[in-house]
Design a binder for this molecule. Structure first.
Ligand code: CA
Ligand code: CA
Length: 558
């Protein structure tokens, strides 16, 4: 039972009610998260990032009776991209400037912590004023801020325990992702690849916030890979790390994706530019890099590989393999051996014209005539667009179907390189930016796709009418895929055929990450709602048809 003792305690701590028996969350509990459906302790609903729950009370037969139980206003008009954490009868949700603890059965607020930030931070954030969620460990809630700080809150009370600065936001750095906690270390990434910054990953002491290590994601002269950058171009070379990694406890490897090279114009930084647009496998305790795979060497097109993908154990040619499966923004679906980074498959899952294929022997893309003409200064239409074949939101995995469920995008963009000019704190692109080409009316710009990882082909696709969805997906043992629409419909479809089985109109557009959990034998499905994010930057007039406004919704069978 939650106590209902309410008190005011200063400007940042608005209220609290203290459940006094909150047990500590151990590293063992985090490791087990994917298989403990009563709680959600990690971003990804498990270190493997599969966003799969075995729960099946809500299934293809019963989902028609799914009904809203409560809604909680986040009192925030920005896009909402936070994945809830659920532990021991408390749900934790973040916005860009608040962290709230809620009773997950009623939606009643237990505590709320507010973050004060300098006003000019809001014009710096490249791609939306957002936060993507918290981490939980040992009685503390961890999160990051747009002005590039990491902080720890008491999970019982919301009291701030420590706050440390990771970078200077005036340089163009920002932080938006949920931290990853593994090996007793809190790990965070950094955004700012569009601003001529240099990416890194940090490891922090969970108790004190002391920095344990920092690993830069562009290689300096003298480093291994330092010769892949001309001159000192690595120092503004990007490779941001703006999403959350995955972790394999048996291999003791963290997998973290890196973003675009800076500036976008590839001709001014000839070479592969390690480690842009890569996945890096490293040790959580030290940050020591063990292997890397670069998806887009010399990145010509802002093809961030920050959404690291899923750790899946699957049979390939009759052999059990431990793989990393990633739907890359560059339009290819990759399967890598996650012990050593060996490429096992790479096939297009959307229309691609920047590369003809990925050469399986070298693991490198074979650039197309389109890309050759662009490198020579041409003005071309490139598929996929700057948004990628899939943007930042994660896909999910269903072990029963062996399919990856992702909201994919079928859009191109006009591309021509230009002379880059560096100004501190401003975009550093070196290209003639004209947005994306919206598909002609009546042609879908995006689909919910059920992708075979080994071929990239979709077993089925459900077209989004109007705006494509930029939401994440959730897969369940009930044979369902949950996701949401830009216009606010929260939906469940049959994982085997894409047939829509249930729909509920929420209060704003959905760009967040659905989750499911159980308490006292009842299954619940939750989603954070609120239109905005990167799509809002593209000037789609249709967004005006959907109101903004953040809220959390929870559903159960009636
Ligand atoms: Ca769990
Ligand atoms: Ca980028």
């Amino acid at each position: 039972m939650l106590m209902t003792r309410w008190l005011a305690a200063g400007a940042t701590l608005l209220s609290l009610a203290a459940p006094t028996t909150l047990q500590a969350q151990t590293m063992e509990a985090l490791k087990a998260d994917a298989n403990t459906p009563g709680d959600i302790l990690t971003y990804g609903m498990g270190y493997n990032n599969q966003r799969y729950s075995a729960l099946k009370q809500v299934n293809t037969q019963t989902v028609g009776k799914l009904a809203p139980l409560w809604s909680y206003s986040l009192n925030n008009p920005q896009g909402q991209e936070s994945q809830p954490i659920v532990h021991n009868g408390v749900m934790y949700v973040t916005t860009h400037n608040t962290t709230v603890a809620l009773n997950p059965l009623t939606g009643k607020q237990i505590w709320k912590h507010e973050i004060e930030m300098p006003a000019d931070v809001f014009k710096m954030a490249c791609c939306g004023i957002v936060n993507r969620g918290a981490a939980i460990f040992d009685g503390k809630i961890y999160r990051v801020t747009l002005d590039a700080h990491v902080l720890a809150l008491d999970a019982n009370t919301g009291k701030q325990l420590w706050k440390v600065k990771a970078a200077n936001y005036l340089d163009g750095h920002a932080m938006t992702a949920a931290p990853l906690i593994a090996g007793g270390v809190v790990m965070t990434g950094i955004a700012g690849g569009e601003y001529g910054t240099r990416g890194f990953i940090d490891g922090w002491d969970p108790q004190t916030g002391k920095q344990l290590w920092r690993k830069y994601t562009t290689a300096a002269p003298g480093d291994k890979g330092g010769d892949t950058w001309p001159g000192d171009t690595h120092s503004k070379g990007g490779a941001p790390t703006w999403l959350t990694g995955a972790y394999d406890p048996e291999l003791d490897l963290v997998y973290w994706g890196t973003g675009n090279a800076g500036p976008w114009n590839p001709e001014v930084r000839k070479g592969d530019n390690l480690y842009v647009c890569s996945v890096i496998a490293f040790r959580p305790k030290t940050g020591e890099f063990v292997w890397h795979y670069q998806f887009s060497p010399n990145d010509p097109y802002d093809y961030d590989a920050t959404e690291v993908g899923m750790l899946v154990d699957m049979k390939i040619d009759g052999q059990d393999r431990k793989v990393l499966a990633q739907a890359n923004r560059n339009g290819f679906f990759y399967v890598l051996d996650r012990a050593n980074g060996k490429l096992l498959a790479a096939n297009p899952y959307v229309k691609v014209n920047w590369a003809d294929k990925i050469d399986m022997a070298s693991g490198r893309p074979v650039e197309s005539e389109v890309t050759k003409r662009i490198r020579a200064g041409g003005d071309e239409t490139v598929w996929p667009s700057v948004l990628g074949g899939k943007n930042w939101t994660p896909m999910s995995w269903n072990p029963a179907t062996g399919l990856a469920y992702a909201n994919t995008l079928e859009m191109s963009w006009p591309y021509q390189i230009a002379k880059p000019e560096y100004k501190k704190g401003e975009w550093y692109l070196g290209m003639n930016m004209r947005g994306v080409n919206f598909p002609p009316k009546g042609t879908p710009g995006g689909y919910l796709s059920a992708i075979d990882p080994m071929t990239g082909k979709s077993k089925w696709q459900m077209a989004w009418p109007g705006q494509p969805s930029m939401a994440g997906t959730l897969s369940t043992g009930g044979g369902l895929v949950f996701t949401g629409a830009a216009t606010g419909e929260f939906i469940a479809v049959d994982a085997t055929n894409g047939k829509k089985l249930w729909e509920f109109q929420t209060s704003s557009g959905i760009i967040g990450l659905p989750v499911t959990w159980e308490q006292n034998g009842q299954q619940y499905v939750s989603i954070v709602v609120g239109a905005g994010g990167v799509w809002a930057l593209l000037g789609d007039e249709r967004m005006a048809e959907t109101p903004a406004g953040g809220s959390v919704w929870t559903f159960a069978l009636k």
